[in-house]
Ligand binder design. Structure first.
Ligand code: ARG
Length: 464
């Protein structure tokens, strides 16, 4: 391999007869990315040191020196003045090195009854807990943007699709509320995942626990954990909390991606159902006429990488024997990127949703083209006593007549309609209109504007 790494003693170098190879030092270091955990690492160290002092394992004077030292380290990091070094391997090694420079022997005592194995698991859980709260807030902002649009357009009729073909009229508000439902489930999933993230590994030490009389409950309380990880081997090794979060995130991205796909379709001039403000669009370098939906396309694309991170974390875990293995250092980049990607996409979509401009005329024209009220006619005949299967058959024949006349079912004259069933009267046109059709679906979960408004009120009450 390459030459030995220069100077700086490792925390573990006592065991070794040769300095570590320079390439290996870079290859094994994680500081370039795990320095992101620094503030949570310091919070964990402070709680650990206070507990050690409370249990009589650390002298009060040493605790004071550690607290002062860590306060200084924290300030240096915040100010961007901290000298991160690959030689100190990771965020933990770097902070400890600086603490020892500042606090001397007291700094060297901080790692009593602790290992980087329980330390990193603690840092990651603390960090992820904060990020989950942030993401939950962003999900609420997106839901609020959707609710505001749904309120404005509770009665705006558009074609609802199945198989991407016009099926039945729905309201734009109702369509948006479908996404509110998805994102609310995503938020509930995150809240559930958070309970399992919020458990303290510290005290597990390297893998078997520690010989010191520690008080894990005290550390858990100070750090806001809801409980203590029960088994030390499990505490330092499993990353199921991260995998579970990545699964929640992947599902969230799948929901965003579906929404993105719809926006892209809706913005296609062939449909022209929505416009989005120019600030969310980009042009083409060659085709002067183009206005492209880059933001939704990127979100749809980014769902792929978050799904990839979930798979990476699962694969990372699957072959690992108990307890900690260095493999786990590979958990961070996928997890960090998952969080960053999800937050960016949620932010983009909250803003984009607020700016959506539905195009009522185009929606209406499309809804009037696919015989969208055929089911309404069948239901009408059922109300007049026809069995549903026979009603379905009669309406299907009427649709064929409309097709050959080149018009929508609702545009056929009464005389023509009556050829398919003697039960059809003048009142049929009430059910054949788009407004009549949506208003008639007037039950919980239905598309009637009245129900859309009631659904909005229910979600708003939950969010309040
Ligand atoms: N940087 C390491 C990680 O991210 C910290 C734990 C190292 N522990 C060890 N025994 N080498 O997993």
């Amino acid at each position: 391999m390459t030459k030995p790494a220069p100077k700086q003693k490792k925390a573990w170098s006592g065991r070794f007869s040769q300095p570590v190879d320079a390439f290996v030092q870079h290859f094994t270091a994680s500081v370039s990315f795990d320095k992101r955990l620094a503030q949570h690492d310091i919070a964990g160290s402070l709680a650990h040191a206070r507990m050690l002092a409370g249990c009589g394992v650390l002298a009060r004077a040493d605790l004071k020196a550690i607290e002062n030292g860590l306060a200084r380290v924290r300030a240096e990091i915040r100010a961007g003045k901290f000298a991160w070094s690959v030689a100190s391997e990771d965020v933990h090694g770097n902070i400890e090195r600086r603490l020892v420079e500042l606090a001397g022997d007291a700094g060297k005592r901080l790692h009593t009854a602790r290992s980087r194995n329980d330390q990193v698991a603690t840092d990651l859980r603390l960090w992820l807990r904060d990020e989950i709260d942030d993401i939950a807030g962003k999900l609420i902002s997106l839901a609020e943007a959707l609710l505001a649009q749904a309120t404005r357009h509770a009665a705006l009729v558009m074609p609802g699709f199945t198989h991407l073909q016009v099926a039945q009229p729905v309201t734009f508000g109702h369509h948006l509320l479908a996404y509110v439902a998805m994102f609310e489930r995503d938020r509930a999933r995150l809240a559930d995942c958070r309970r399992r993230v919020n458990v303290l590994p510290l005290g597990a030490a390297a893998l078997a626990g520690t010989t010191f009389p520690i008080d894990r409950e005290r550390v858990a309380r100070e750090l806001g954990f809801e409980g203590v990880a029960e088994n030390s081997l499990d505490a330092v090794s499993d990353r199921d909390f991260a995998i579970e979060f990545a699964a929640c995130a992947a599902l969230m991205m799948v929901h965003l991606s579906r929404f993105a796909e719809e926006l892209i379709l809706w913005m296609n001039p062939r449909l022209g159902f929505v416009k989005i403000p120019d600030r969310f669009c980009t042009g083409s370098s060659i085709m002067p006429q183009k206005k492209n939906p880059d933001v939704p396309e990127l979100v749809r694309g980014k769902s792929g990488r978050v799904i990839g991170h979930l798979v990476a974390l699962l694969a990372l875990m699957k072959g690992q024997p108990l307890a900690y293995n260095k493999d786990n250092q590979e958990d961070k980049e996928p997890l960090f990127d998952t969080v960053d990607t999800v937050k960016d996409c949620l932010q983009a979509f909250a803003a984009l949703t607020a700016g959506l401009q539905p195009q009522a005329k185009a929606m209406r024209a499309a809804a009037l083209q696919g015989h969208a009220t055929a089911t309404d006619l069948a239901d009408y005949l059922v109300r007049k006593g026809l069995p549903f299967r026979d009603a379905h058959e009669a309406v299907a024949r009427a649709v064929r007549a409309a097709e050959s006349a080149g018009c929508d079912l609702a545009a056929l004259p009464l005389k023509t309609l009556q050829r398919f069933s003697g039960k059809i009267g003048k009142d049929v046109f009430k059910v054949l209109t788009l407004e009549g059709s949506v208003a008639a679906r007037d039950h919980i979960g239905g598309t009637a504007p009245r129900q859309v408004r009631a659904a909005i009120a229910r979600v708003r009450a939950l969010l309040a």
